[in-house]
Design a protein around this ligand. Structure first.
Ligand SMILES: O=C(O)CCC(=O)C(=O)O
Length: 243
């Protein structure tokens, strides 16, 4: 499992979740999303395709937040997290991904690390060892993710770099030959590296819950908001391997 992930930048596990497991969180995710849409209507209409930080949200009750943490720390999930990460992993945050308001809106190839302010040289160095991994949990069938296998450790081919950085008339949604699409169904689990070259594929009114983990190293401290982490009392009731 770890070898496959390290080689491909992703791991696809069909039918990982039961209906019963999904139904424990689905109403909470929907409640959050409806309130988010109310509050951020303007940003949604301007192009936002995701929301984040569900575990610190004032839209949810303490009980709902705790239910999310229980889902996030389910043994079968944490066992995979600890297998994939070479050293200790840390829970980073949660996100919801949905379709753009404007159905013509184009997706975009990127590496998440390109938005962190690191220079290209620093990015090239960081991806050799650092790990940020999305655990994508689709609540509906979706076109999924397209990514270029192996690129969470390897730098781009020139055409790929030009595409994601919009150089030489390339556009971030242009076709890339090495792209591999992983389509998803409700119940599946997809792990993919945020450092790989990837893009989301829109359609089918997708609705996905992503749990994100990173290495437990000081370099990521700036991206971790303590409000999203369980408090002391919650921690005593949870599997604490990722906090
Ligand atoms: O699903 C998407 O729209 C994009 C996902 C993605 O690129 C990310 O999580 O970094």
């Amino acid at each position: 499992m770890q070898n496959d992930f390290e080689l491909n930048s992703y791991l696809y596990i069909p039918n990982f979740f039961t209906e019963e497991e999904l139904k424990q969180i689905e109403p909470i995710l929907e409640k959050f999303h409806q309130q988010w849409l109310n509050e951020f209507d303007q940003y949604f209409k301007e192009g936002l395709i995701n929301s984040h930080s569900l575990t610190s949200s004032t839209y949810l009750t303490k009980e709902e937040r705790f239910q999310l943490f229980q889902f996030i720390t389910a043994k079968k999930l944490i066992d995979i997290v600890t297998t994939i990460f070479p050293n200790k992993a840390k829970f980073l945050n949660t996100q919801l991904f949905f379709d753009p308001y404007n159905k013509e809106q184009k997706n975009y190839w990127h590496r998440d690390i390109q938005y962190t302010g690191l220079s290209i040289e620093e990015q090239k160095e960081s991806i050799k060892t650092q790990n940020v991994v999305h655990f994508r949990i689709p609540l509906k069938k979706e076109e999924g993710i397209e990514l270029i296998p192996g690129t969470h450790r390897q730098w781009d081919l020139p055409i790929e770099e030009e595409t994601r950085l919009s150089i030489n008339d390339r556009k971030p949604n242009d076709v890339l030959e090495r792209g591999k699409t992983i389509s998803l169904n409700r119940g599946d689990l997809l792990l993919f590296s945020a450092n790989s070259i990837h893009r989301g594929l829109y359609g089918y009114e997708r609705f996905s819950f992503d749990i994100i983990y990173c290495d437990d190293i000081p370099e990521f401290n700036a991206f971790i908001d303590p409000k999203n982490q369980p408090n002391k009392q919650e921690l005593t009731l949870l599997d604490n391997r990722v906090f």
